[in-house]
Design a protein around this ligand. Sequence first.
Ligand code: FAD
Ligand code: NAD
Length: 395
Amino acid sequence: GNIPKIVILGAGYGGILTAQNLQKALRHKEAEVTLVNRHDYHYITTHLHMPAAGTDSIEHARVSISGLIDESRVDFVKSTVQAIKLDEKKVILDQGSLDFDYLVLGLGGEPETFGIPGMLENALTIRSINSVRLIRDHISYQLAMYKNDGNPARLTFVVGGAGFTGIEFVAELADRLPMLCREYDIHPQDIKIINVEAAPTALPGFDPELVEYAMDVLKRKGVTFRIGVPIKECLADGVIIGEGEKIPAGMVVWTGGIRGNHVIEEAGLEVMRGRVKADEYLRAPGHDHVYVIGDNSLFMNPEGRPYPPTAQIAMQQGAVCARNIAAAIHGKEPQKFKFSNKGTVASLGRGEAVAVVGGRKIKGWVAAQLKKIVDIRYLFIIGGIPLVLKKGRFF
Ligand code: FAD
Ligand code: NAD
């Protein structure tokens, strides 16, 4: 008979784990597996705050996809998904199209700007290798410009949103800017790093004692917090916050939240902020052959609230999604997805971090070592020892 076609969209945490697990779960020629991704590399999103600030190289944050999959079993297509035609079981790429019997949606998130005027146009975001290159170069550009026009606003760096992404990024900025100041003959005291957060606390929902610790560490590194004040507008030369106060700035990085992918919204699936509510087998409601994983999926916890979109859940979903597609092909029962929370570790720059693991609070140097272990574990899962040696950061 016909060999079923499985198409995986996106080679992020979810997509890579799906492809790798399908390689294991299916026998040769049992299905045709195609993985589609905009770039020929997988990026380690959880690491992007570092190359964004310039505290680490871009090469540590990306891995060539051909090294992660067995190309005799998974066909990799470097292309951008333009549209998904669910009724025709077809995916439209920027060149050509692909037919599918099973589809996996793992295209990841996009910045959520909540319609804040000017945000899309004027702010930078930490979403991809290309977007972090812009941030890294913009920082240097502003310092160089300051040495030519003396405009002090160029030395103000605003980060909008103090969720995990915002906090991890300001920490790197605070580590990086003093080094750059030496290079550009600028007094470090003239630099301002301002993290603006609308909620009544930084890291809303995280352990309050660790939030306080994190803020203390960052304040000591020179970060100023504006908590409980929303950004109302983003301009080319700063932001408007609260009741109309303007903060002139040379760079605004928006870390105010993420949403699902617009391609999925446009496919006609029912979405909440661009994310599809998955059933317990990770399928899109009403589409038994369409699976949603990672930042594209909205998976409910036992209390009926969605789990936050993390790399951790994306990886676990990728593995279960692969197993369930293989089960469908083998005529076996699918498995219910159950999230196993391994904990949260947030880096606070060099030698500092906060973590909650198994209900235990960990901070400082020990938490920072834990972060390295988490990163190395991921490299090991997707690429074994060779990838750990190539991309791992041990110091
Ligand atoms: P992604 O990893 O975003 O992958 C999506 C892939 O799809 C990308 O390769 C992209 O290029 C591709 N793609 C997108 N659109 C198209 C298209 N139209 N056509 C073709 N390809 C396309 N989570 C944690 O659990 N722990 C952490 O420590 C952590 N740290 C983070 C730090 C930062 C700075 C950020 C930004 C996020 C962090 N997260 C962390 C969250 C985590 O990165 C995401 O939840 C995770 O990446 C989601 O995985 P995914 O597979 O759904 O999508
Ligand atoms: P987020 O949605 O978690 O945080 C966004 C923050 O921006 C919130 O605190 C929100 O109150 C604030 N905000 C929104 N509108 C604002 C406005 N107008 N002005 C000022 N502040 C505003 O987004 P994120 O930090 O990018 O995280 C996305 C996901 O990735 C989360 O699930 C997170 O857990 C995960 N993540 C995890 C880690 C980690 O585990 N180390 C690191 C980064 C991200």
